[in-house]
Design a protein around this ligand. Structure first.
Ligand code: ADP
Ligand code: MG
Length: 642
């Protein structure tokens, strides 16, 4: 009988809600969903071992072939329960068989930046530690995997190969729901966290770099002695905690685009899954078993939730499942090795372990490459003299043959869309999402750059020319500003020397650049202005005609309230004044010219200090004026003493 075969749909849903589904967007190849990788399950049956066999003990379980086994059905002695797995290793199988058949094949994924995990599951005394750690004579999965992995990373990371590789190790145990650093036992309980990409992290966990197997042993062996072990009736050195060895393989690409990859390998020796009632545990041991069984019970619930596609997978309900979040239904290539014992007294624990293993093989992981781009640190750019010269100067300095061939760093042809990025990064090897972002940034800069010049996409030499032009423009502006300042200083100096000349200077000297406004020359509009006093007098007179100023070009006619006055086309802004009023005004001005002081005269239009003094002087010499229009006050024609 093949125990537990859930529907395909449930498996797909389980994978969809798994960690891999959540974090695939932040990974390389995010556009494509990673292909599924079912959790591989192998069962290892250990032989009878000294001290565990009882008199006339016969095995209750036996292998059928390399993938299946059968166990007596306790409900019906005439029948057996049959199980099929990815691999079955019988009592004669060696450590090498297990390693080569089920563990070694997944190691290559670490060098692809993917995660992998190996979990040893089963009741206490069934051979988990033997499988994972083994003995000096029969080394288990951990030493073999480390040996191979270090060899693999040495080869792949050798000089001249595209990637530089480094390996680190951490070793921890989960004991009574506490995460303890076996490499640094004084650290206390550590917290388990998840980063934004769904990776499980333990901040503060010691990581030791290892380059050789001797390095590994130097850290691992003393740490193993720190592991919490105790004696129970079932096993002299029963493992009372879940032991987790974490090996990280970091890769850095030596050339552009300088990708980084990280692959994690979890090698986990779980504590026993035995039924607490049969261990004879009391007191502290009973408490330990309770905690262990709680963790394993949650592990079972996690597997069930993944199989059934439940919306909530209870990873957080125990430290063990939280840590295994990216190993079960997550991002890892996972292999579960269920260890079972042949003795009859293990029968119920064996059936329970086989059922758990059968459920686990339906869990689907979606491993993906954990890769990111590392932007290279650029040295400050030092421009050579050639680069600082303009194109013509550069050509002269370089010579004709160099211009012909060009240089790969200085593309002469206009940049095509694919050439728009820095030559530091080869586009073909770039992440398409990153490429798209860079191109849109380029477009943005191009649309906002001065004169719409996309500087980022401009070939290097043209960019230099542009920069040089800008520099020249800046110098020109500076030069003009200096000139303006000089002129202003000159004007101020002359004004200080002769304040009377201010008017002349202001009309003849150049005005400061900043205050000059460029205007389009327009024909001057003629305006005839009369003294304010006259207008006031006119307004006070009840019979006075009221004249309205009309603008030339639109209606061009004078409207008069006096209907008897004929309408007259005008040639500009003009105020039409009655002859009497004009004569009266002229008389007033004449009086002022003949009798007013220099100060009074300055109240007239166009009369400044200099003209007023000239008028007074002229009056003293030649007597009173006879006409007011000598100053052009009424008709706009100057014929005065100036
Ligand atoms: P667990 O870790 O599951 O509690 P152990 O690995 O400590 O069990 O194994 C219990 C005993 O059985 C140990 O003495 C171990 O050497 C022995 N043993 C386990 N598996 C094998 C095996 N495949 N071949 C020989 N001896 C084994
Ligand atoms: Mg053990």
């Amino acid at each position: 009988m093949d125990a537990g075969v859930p529907a395909r749909r449930r498996r797909e849903m389980a994978a969809a809600i798994s960690g891999a589904g959540r974090c695939r967007l932040s990974k390389v190849g995010a556009a494509r969903r990673p292909p599924p990788a079912r959790v591989r399950v192998a069962v290892r049956l250990r032989p009878f071992v000294d001290g565990t066999a009882e008199e006339n003990d016969t095995p209750c379980v036996r292998g059928l072939d390399s993938c299946s086994l059968e166990i007596a059905n306790w409900r019906n002695h005439q029948e057996t329960l049959k199980y099929q797995f990815d691999a079955f290793y019988g009592e004669r199988s060696s450590q090498q068989d297990i390693y080569a058949g089920s563990v070694q094949p997944i190691l290559r994924h670490l060098l692809e930046g993917q995660n992998a995990s190996v979990l040893a599951y089963g009741p206490t005394g069934a051979g988990k530690t033997h499988t994972m750690l083994g003995s000096p004579e029969q080394p288990g999965v951990i030493p073999r995997a480390l040996m191979d992995l270090l060899q693999l990373t040495r080869e792949e990371g050798a000089e001249g190969r595209p990637w530089a590789l480094s390996v680190t190790m951490s070793y921890l145990e989960i004991y009574q729901e506490k995460v303890l650093d076996l490499l640094e036992p004084s650290s206390g309980d550590l917290v388990i966290r998840e980063d934004c990409r769904g990776n499980i992290l333990i901040p503060g966990l010691t990581q030791k770099p290892i380059t050789s197997f001797a390095d590994f042993e130097r850290h691992f062996l003393p740490a193993s002695r720190n592991r919490t072990v105790g004696a129970t009736r079932l096993n002299q050195r029963s493992s009372r905690s879940h032991a987790v060895l974490l090996v990280k393989v970091d890769q850095r690409e030596r050339l552009a685009p300088f990708r980084q990859r990280e692959g994690k390998l979890y090698l986990i020796d779980l504590a026993g899954s035995e039924d607490n009632r049969r261990t004879g545990n009391k007191g502290l041991r009973l408490k330990e078993s309770g905690a262990i069984n709680t963790s394993l019970f949650v592990l079972g619930k996690v597997v069930d939730a993944l199989n059934q596609g439940l919306p909530r997978v209870p990873y957080r309900d125990s430290k063990l499942t939280r840590l295994l979040q990216d190993s079960l239904g997550g991002s890892a290539h996972s292999i579960l090795i269920a260890n079972i014992a042949p003795e009859r007294r293990f029968y119920l624990d064996t059936v329970s372990a086989l059922n758990f293993a059968a459920r686990s093989k339906e869990v689907i992981n979606r491993p993906f490459t954990n890769e990111s781009l590392q932007l290279p640190v650029l040295a400050p750019v030092k421009l050579s003299q050639k680069e600082l010269l303009g194109p013509s100067e550069a050509k002269r300095a370089r010579g004709p043959e160099e211009e012909e061939t060009g240089s790969p760093e200085l593309p002469i042809a206009p940049a095509s869309a694919s050439q728009k990025l820095s030559p530091l990064q080869k586009l073909s090897s770039m992440d398409p999402a990153m490429l798209e972002r860079l191109l849109s940034l380029d477009r943005l800069l191009g649309s906002q750059g001065s004169q719409g010049t996309p500087l980022l996409s401009t070939p290097k030499r043209e960019r230099m020319v542009l920069m040089k032009t800008v520099e020249e423009k800046d110098l020109e502006i500076e030069r003009l500003k200096m000139k303006q300042k000089e002129l202003e200083a000159k004007v101020l100096a002359q004004e200080a020397a002769d304040p009377k000349e201010k008017e002349n200077y202001s009309s003849t000297m150049l005005r400061p650049l900043a205050r000059r406004t460029v205007t389009v020359a327009k024909p001057l509009k003629k305006a005839v202005v009369m003294p304010l006093q006259l207008i006031q007098e006119q307004a006070a007179s009840p019979n006075a005609e009221i004249h309205i100023l009309k603008k030339k070009g639109r209606k061009r006619k004078l409207e008069s309230l006096d209907a008897s006055q004929p309408e007259k086309a005008e040639d500009g802004w003009e105020l039409q004044i009655s002859p009497e009023l004009l004569a009266h005004g002229r008389q007033k001005i004449l009086d002022l010219l003949n009798e007013g002081s220099a100060r009074d005269l300055r109240s007239l239009q166009r009369i400044g200090q200099k003209k007023a003094q000239l008028i007074v002087g002229w009056r003293e010499l030649h007597g009173p004026f006879s006409q007011a229009n000598i100053l052009g006050l009424a008709a706009g024609r100057g014929c005065g003493p100036s």
